[in-house]
Ligand binder design. Structure first.
Ligand SMILES: *Cc1c(COP(=O)(O)O)cnc(C)c1O
Length: 353
């Protein structure tokens, strides 16, 4: 399928690179493709960024049949543009879509769509240190009518947002609230997908944690509230007595690409990584015995987010003296160096645009 390109005649003024923040500005173009039952996906096109007109009975507005992805384009020092493990995101989008009864996308076409759109808006990829162009592909149900059933029509859209360095003053630890009341996801549900509905569900706990002075929540399993799952919209890992332990994926945890990359990088360095069930009791006990050496979240937006404090049922523990641990810093430095092309990529993760 040929991707058609219609360029804007009214380009926007680009924002000041020093104050990009995250997800506040959008580029001049977007990618759109439609699905109609019987015809499949059709009309892939890059068009000027513009609002959609939606009938009030559009299905995604009522039943949340919608999935998304999050990835970045990086500007390397030689001016070239690159993606990080994009096929992982595209496969995950199809996995999310399968769970939500959304038709599968052609993975090669999606990669071509991402590259084509980024090339058209290449001037929007910022130049400053550790800034990037955030890429947001998403799919939503467009049938009109109320009544719960899979839609017969969809839109697949990609939008782009120039984003600032996540840590303009260097990597900094955050305080985390261990959530023992609300759940994010359960086994058999949609925790392993980037379904829009998962994020609506997480807001109340996030608000509660913020009011108490915490940045994010650490989710426990929904059945027993005993096992650690993930932190906010990041996966989580702990350095426990010399080894790195991260919760095993069991259907309720989002399989992060940063998580996977960190595991592969650590094993390449010869560090032992355990993917297993990790009890919150085990974690708090390790912290009290001085065996919880480091803790960090992993995700595309922040890459690595060190955890300096955990609050659980009335108890607070401090990790690494509320400083970024040496292994955490090393992972951050290496992963970001690969992404921004400052270090060799022995894994074949970087894909040039
Ligand atoms: C996106 C996301 C992550 C991180 O995934 P990456 O592929 O590393 O960006 C982790 N947890 C949740 C709930 C997420 O939505």
């Amino acid at each position: 399928m040929q991707i058609s390109i219609t360029r804007t005649t009214t380009p926007k003024q680009k924002p000041d690179e020093a104050h990009l923040g995250f997800g506040k500005y959008f580029t001049d173009h977007m990618f759109v493709m439609d699905y109609t039952e019987g015809r499949g996906w059709h009309d892939p096109r890059v068009v000027p960024y513009a609002p959609f007109e939606l009938d009030p009975a559009t299905m995604c507005l009522h039943y949340a049949q919608e999935t998304f992805e999050g990835m970045k384009a990086y500007r390397h020092e030689d001016g070239s543009l690159a993606l990080f493990r994009p096929t992982e995101n595209i496969k995950r989008l199809n996995n999310s879509d399968r769970r939500l009864c959304i038709p599968q996308l052609d993975e090669e076409l999606v990669l071509e769509a991402i590259k084509t759109l980024v090339r058209v808006d290449a001037d929007w990829v910022p130049h400053s240190y550790e800034t990037s162009l955030y890429i947001r592909p998403f799919v939503f149900a467009t049938d009109i009518g109320v009544g719960v059933h899979p839609s017969k029509t969809y839109k697949f859209v990609i939008i782009l947002s120039p984003v600032g360095a996540y840590y303009p003053e260097g990597v900094n630890p955050v305080k985390i609230y261990v959530e023992d009341e609300y759940s994010r996801a359960s086994v058999g549900g949609t925790g392993f997908t980037k379904a829009a509905a998962n994020y609506a569900i997480s807001l109340a706990a996030q608000e509660k944690a913020m009011k108490l002075g915490y940045t994010q929540v650490l989710w426990l399993d929904s059945a027993e509230k005993k096992y650690v799952e993930e932190v906010g919209t990041m996966n989580v890992a702990f350095k426990l007595d010399g080894k790195v332990v991260t919760p095993a994926l069991g259907g309720s945890i989002l399989p992060g690409i940063t998580r996977k990359s960190v595991i592969e990088l650590l094993r390449y360095w010869g560090v032992t990584v355990e993917e297993r069930k990790l009890g919150i009791a085990e974690l708090m006990e390790a912290a009290e015995n001085g065996k919880l050496e480091e803790a960090f979240g992993t995700g595309t937006a922040a890459v690595i987010s060190p955890i300096g404090e955990l609050y659980y049922e009335g108890k607070t523990v401090t990790i690494s003296d509320f400083k970024t641990g040496p292994l955490t810093q090393k992972i951050y430095d290496e992963l970001t160096a690969i992404q921004w092309g400052r270090a060799k990529d022995p894994f074949g993760w970087v894909v040039k645009i």
